[in-house]
Design a protein around this ligand. Structure first.
Ligand code: TRP
Length: 335
């Protein structure tokens, strides 16, 4: 009998710790990560160094935010027994790899990176862009390659980062020796949840989020303020379901599909008021969030455990990164 010992492919994902995670994070990536963790050898990076690249004036918030993000991971069901959660700033090998990779990337190439370009415009950096910010894709290449990730599950906005990483890897492997793993983007069914104000993106900076840790009262208040069909003045007017924020959320979070269909039908017929649709949405959101909140509370009380998870994950990732750095230095014939 022949045994094929086939190791699981490795994935790396990550977030900048900018605060608590929200429903947009859940729909866009966390849900997928929870699913993928049993199929793949999963590494999750808390990118605190990257967070500094556009927020270096406020390093004092990072420590708290690293903890918040970790609590949210655990609350949604990331299992630290199978997934490795680690902190970027505690893996200095990433910084060292970044320095070597810098030689393989041109200024013009970084300026052409569409995600960097967008963010530059958004932040109004112009010619005064900090080098650390402009070069963060290089550091991200180090994040990915340090643990030898095969796959990087991303949304569309991060695809240029993976493309840039692949170019760096190919250049390195050609120039020195083939030691780096060339990663592939794993672009899932990308769903982006609109904010509670109807903006296409839910984002902390836009102030339109429902956090995973919001209590039921906060959820209710936010839902009650949500926009609905602007063409509908009275509950007896026939309403529009398509593109209607309330129904986008119902579709995403209400498990009772029959109820959603029935509400949609009555809505288009002008036989249900916004308040009932909102009350039912509040109920299903709270039903979805209840177990998440309960798990979060449990872990909040046990910060010792959470710190241990981070320490162990970081130690494991660091050992892998040290191995990669050793290979890299050997390939470059450095002492
Ligand atoms: N750039 C990602 C974001 O802003 C976070 C990140 C840092 C990341 N390093 C990564 C994502 C490596 C995937 C792989 O969300």
């Amino acid at each position: 009998m022949v045994y094929f010992h086939r190791m699981k492919k490795r994935i790396l994902t990550g977030d900048r710790p900018t605060g608590k995670l929200h429903l947009g994070h859940y729909v866009g990536s966390l849900k997928n990560r929870v699913k993928l963790q049993s199929e793949y050898d999963t590494y999750i990076l808390i990118a605190d160094v990257q967070a500094l690249t556009d927020n270096f004036m406020h390093p004092e918030e990072l420590k708290k935010n690293v903890l918040e993000v970790t609590l949210d991971y655990l609350a949604v069901g990331i299992d630290p027994k199978i997934a490795t959660i680690f902190i970027q700033s505690q893996v200095p090998e990433i910084a060292e790899l970044t320095v070597f990779y810098m030689n393989l990337v041109t200024l013009a190439r970084l300026q052409r990176n569409p995600t960097v370009k967008d963010e530059m415009n958004q932040k109004g950096f112009g010619a005064n862009v900090p080098i650390g910010f402009l070069a963060y894709p290089v550091s991200q290449a180090a994040d990915i390659t340090c643990v030898k990730a095969d796959l990087v599950p991303v949304g569309a906005d991060q695809v240029p980062m993976i493309e840039q990483t692949r170019e760096i890897v190919r250049k390195f492997n050609e120039l020195y020796k083939k030691v780096l793993v060339e990663p592939e983007a794993l672009v899932g069914e990308i769903s982006r949840l609109p904010g509670t104000d109807g903006n296409t993106k839910m984002s902390k900076s836009l102030g339109n989020v429902i956090n995973l840790s919001d209590n039921s009262e906060a959820v209710k208040a936010k839902v009650m303020k949500m926009y609905t069909d602007p063409t509908r003045i009275h509950p007896t007017d026939p309403g529009h379901v398509e593109g209607n924020l309330l129904f986008i959320y119902h579709d995403a979070f209400n498990e009772n599909k029959a109820e959603v269909e029935e509400l949609k039908k009555r809505y288009t017929q002008g036989k249900v008021g916004d308040v009932e649709v909102k009350e039912k949405l509040t109920k299903s959101l709270n039903k979805f969030l209840d177990p998440i909140r309960a798990r979060r509370e449990k872990f909040e009380k046990d910060t010792g455990f959470v710190e241990k998870i981070l320490a162990q994950g970081t130690q494991k990732a660091r050992a892998e990164a040290a191995d990669t750095l050793k290979l890299v230095k050997e390939a470059m014939q450095l002492p």
